[in-house]
Design a protein. Structure first.
Length: 224
């Protein structure tokens, strides 16, 4: 035989209707409140998963543009912005371009002594086999950055801890899609070498997620 015990963790327990009705009004209200927390959390998790899937795999036309944002990673505080680069999403050979500040000016190394801060990247298109749910994917090759300014001055260091955030945007009939990915952190470097590849899928047909959600529960796919 198998003995199963459910322990009380945050008011979670395996209960029966008779046992629940034997509780005091206060305890019944208490169990009901925590059940709403639990079921609400499950609903939120399911919604976030569907939203993430939709923004990554819902693009059936084209991603319009791509933005690289280089920041100095900080574990205890908000990351420090270094520079950005926005490019059209199209086949691009290995290319080195200047990073731009929020003001629109070029990012330079320490006081300009090291020249302009640059980012090297390339973009290729990979077509998937016939019959796949995806038509293909753009492959974003994040190669390196050079001449970054130092941001860890408060720690009396002459370096930064660069991380790259890659964001793609697409205008669909169902609304704007925005998909974000993060690189690894290159610790204490002003000339980080990433050599990482990120993929931006393009769906073969639009509406696959909405169709699946509608099949699970009427109105779920249409948002009604």
């Amino acid at each position: 035989s198998t003995l199963v015990r459910i322990f009380d963790w945050g008011r979670s327990e395996l209960n029966t209707l008779d046992k629940h009705m034997s509780l005091s009004d206060k305890d019944q209200h208490d169990r009901g409140e925590f059940w709403r927390y639990y079921s609400g959390g499950i609903d939120r998790l399911a919604w976030e998963a569907a939203r993430a899937y939709h923004h990554r795999f819902g693009c059936a036309t084209r991603w319009s543009h791509l933005t690289f944002v280089i920041s100095d990673f900080d574990s205890m505080t908000e990351n420090d912005f270094i520079g950005r680069l926005t490019v059209a999403l199209e086949e691009t050979p290995p290319t080195t371009a200047d990073l731009i500040k929020q003001s629109g000016n070029q990012v330079v190394g320490d006081y300009g002594f090291r020249g302009s801060a640059t980012l090297t990247y390339s973009i290729t298109w990979r077509r998937y086999p016939q019959g796949s749910r995806l038509r293909g994917a753009w492959q974003i090759h994040l190669v390196r950055a050079q001449n970054l300014p130092r941001q860890d001055k408060m720690q009396l260091r002459t370096t930064s801890d660069p991380i790259c955030e890659i964001t793609a945007v697409s205008e669909e009939r169902s609304g704007m899609l925005c998909f974000r990915q993060l690189s690894s952190v290159k610790v204490r470097s002003l000339d980080p070498e990433w050599g990482e590849v990120f993929e931006l899928p393009v769906a073969a047909e639009a509406g696959n997620l909405e169709e699946a959600l509608e099949g699970a529960a009427a109105g779920l796919g249409s948002g009604s």
